[in-house]
Ligand binder design. Structure first.
Ligand code: 8DG
Ligand code: CA
Ligand code: CA
Length: 312
């Protein structure tokens, strides 16, 4: 973010959001200050939801979640078109190394710091030191370049079709929804988020279904779609897939969700992350708790009081 960008039409404050998100990432990955990370994220969130262009720090200050320091940054940006703090971060070699290393799937801020301290500075360096990496990180590194590439919508549509066809062979009653940025209508996505459920699989019968996801993954491996597994649990798969015609390996996330929680899960995994935050806050304001499992009145705990998402 060096030049001032024109705010996009659907978010008149998108340039502020952009630098706040970059600062949030810096706080999470390099400074490792989660408190500041959340503060910047919240500010970006609030500005993203604000319908009109903010014209000064003072005006921004009136919004919930924007304090003195962030207001000053907004003023500095409005006056100069840049931020000194970000300029300095961009010049900081170690910060750049950590930012790069955290882009490898499976490498978090602590591991990146650790690798940087060992003198690993580039992806090439990392490829010479795979002994220091976990299986997930090795696969992340193997496909580093591919995973950086955005996935066009048409490709996800094809992948969706293959998953539907393969699962129909296993059982005709599977429900499949591709969530994430794809479900938000984006033309390109970072990865593919697949949510699967089955009417016989409910929160109560969960124990009887602990090999369901493994069978699904096996079938998709056999079909040639899934190429690698990063991690596989009873309800969550993280891995890689590739279309026979495509050539580029893509990140694939699959979640198996109980039928009675499916709609809240769809909502959660559709995001965006920021939208989820404001939607949860809105639910709380209205006296509800919203999460990936259910939407229920605040204070209720029992199953009998649980709200069914269908009733909304
Ligand atoms: P992208 O892959 O195209 O970059 O965007 P995305 O589809 O929105 O992001 P994602 O990382 O694949 O996450 C899918 C959804 O999961 C996201 O839109 C909302 C939900 N989600 C949260 N919180 C978090 C979180 O902390 N981490 C992740 N990975 N996902 C989250 O609500
Ligand atoms: Ca995604
Ligand atoms: Ca994902």
């Amino acid at each position: 973010m060096s030049k001032r960008k024109k705010p996009s039409e659907d978010n008149p404050n998108s340039d502020f959001c952009e630098f706040l998100i970059e600062l949030a990432e810096y706080e999470k990955n390099i400074n490792r200050n989660l408190f500041k990370h959340k503060a910047y994220q919240k500010a970006a969130n609030v500005l993203a939801a604000h319908p009109t262009r903010v014209k000064s720090g003072k005006e921004a200050r009136r919004l919930d979640g924007i304090g003195e320091k962030i207001a000053k940054k907004i003023d500095e940006y409005l006056e100069t078109g840049k931020l000194r703090k970000l300029e300095n971060i961009h010049k900081d070699k170690k910060a750049n190394v950590i930012t790069l290393l955290t882009q490898v799937s499976g490498i978090g801020p602590a591991k990146a710091q650790n690798l940087a301290d060992m003198g690993i500075e580039t992806i090439e360096d990392l490829r010479k030191h795979t002994d220091k990496l976990t299986h997930h990180q090795i696969v992340g590194l193997k496909y580093f370049e591919d995973f950086q590439k955005k996935i066009p919508r048409e490709e996800i549509e094809k992948i969706e079709e293959i998953i539907e066809d393969e699962l129909r062979v296993l059982d005709a009653d599977y429900h499949i929804t591709i969530c994430g940025s794809y479900r938000r209508g984006k033309l390109e996505s970072g990865d593919i988020d697949v949510l699967i459920t089955h009417p016989k699989y409910t929160a109560e019968t969960h124990n009887k279904h602990n090999d369901r996801l493994k069978k699904i993954v096996n079938a998709l491996e056999k079909s040639g779609l899934i190429t690698d597994t990063l991690s596989l649990g009873e309800t969550k798969f993280m891995g890689a897939c590739r279309l026979k015609s495509g050539g580029i390996t893509r990140r694939l996330d699959i979640r198996l969700t109980p039928f009675d929680q499916y709609y809240c899960s769809i909502l959660y995994f559709t995001g965006s992350d920021m939208f989820n935050r404001s939607m949860r806050a809105h639910a709380t304001e209205k006296g509800f708790i919203l999460n990936e499992y259910s939407l229920r009145p605040l204070g209720s705990t029992g199953e009998s009081q649980k709200f069914d998402f269908y009733s909304f």
